[in-house]
Design a protein around this ligand. Structure first.
Ligand SMILES: O=C(O)[C@@H](CO)OP(=O)(O)O
Length: 247
């Protein structure tokens, strides 16, 4: 048996402002830093001690992990990072106000862009203000892999190779693995773990800063579907808040 801990970053400055974020590298808000600290304390109190950390290349996930691990006195943990754990690229919606987008395009289009499995938002032009084209951190990626927009299906496709090639080997070696990532990259991973169908995944939201712990069988399937949040009450409220963004 192995243990996988999923941690969505704490509230970011753009979460607080209600803006679509995607690959834009915004920092944590003060509340987000506090959520990250609390996430680390929850790990410590529950006696869940990760052996290795995996993060995206975005600072809101990296800083959340650093803050949480320092609260758990685990600063020294080995770390691996990959663009494959990045948030879903939100295309032309990156930087746009969620409530305004909803008012302008209507509920149905807004929710299709936000939560449908296979409809991506319009692509973002390389010369647009919030484009990541040309960023040095993605310089080693084959150019055709750098997204200009993504739906959740695209995230599943680019995340799964990392799951099998980098995370599963750590689990197979008996390590407790902490993955610090994002709302939609973690939704992609949970979809895979819990074998959730394409329609049902639309209703699943991940709260910020609350560790979600999965005990896994030998074949890396969950012993309990859905895993367990270390603070289930707080998770319930926070999931509602994510669901209602843009309202
Ligand atoms: O803006 C984003 O990148 C994501 C996560 O914060 O938002 P949503 O929950 O609307 O997919």
């Amino acid at each position: 048996m192995s243990t996988l801990v999923l941690l969505r970053h704490g509230e970011s400055v753009w979460n607080a402002e209600g803006l679509f974020t995607g690959w834009v590298d915004v920092d944590l808000s003060e509340k987000g830093e506090e959520e990250a600290r609390r996430g680390g304390k929850l790990l410590l109190d529950a006696g869940v001690r990760p052996d290795v950390l995996h993060t995206s290349l975005l600072k809101r996930a990296i800083r959340t992990a650093n803050i949480a691990l320092s609260a758990a006195d685990l600063h020294w943990l080995p770390v691996k990072r990959s663009w494959r754990l990045n948030e879903r690229h939100y295309g032309a919606l990156q930087g746009k106000d969620k409530a305004q987008t909803r008012a302008e395009y209507g509920d149905e289009q807004f929710m299709t862009w936000r939560r449908s499995y296979d409809t991506p938002p319009p692509p973002l032009a390389d010369d647009a203000e919030f484009s990541q084209a040309g960023e040095v951190r993605y310089g080693t990626l084959p150019p055709e892999l750098l997204p200009r927009t993504e739906c959740l299906a695209d995230v599943v496709d680019r995340m799964l190779p990392y799951w099998y090639d980098a995370i599963v080997p750590d689990l197979a070696a008996g390590r407790t693995v902490l993955v610090a990532a994002h709302g939609n990259s973690l939704r992609a991973l949970v979809k895979h773990l819990d074998d959730i169908d394409d329609a049902t995944i639309a209703g699943l939201n991940i709260p910020t800063g609350i560790p979600l712990v999965y005990d896994l069988n030998e074949d890396f399937t969950p012993r309990k579907t859905g895993g367990e949040y270390l603070d289930p009450e707080a998770a319930k409220d926070a999931i509602e808040a994510v669901k209602n963004q843009g309202k």
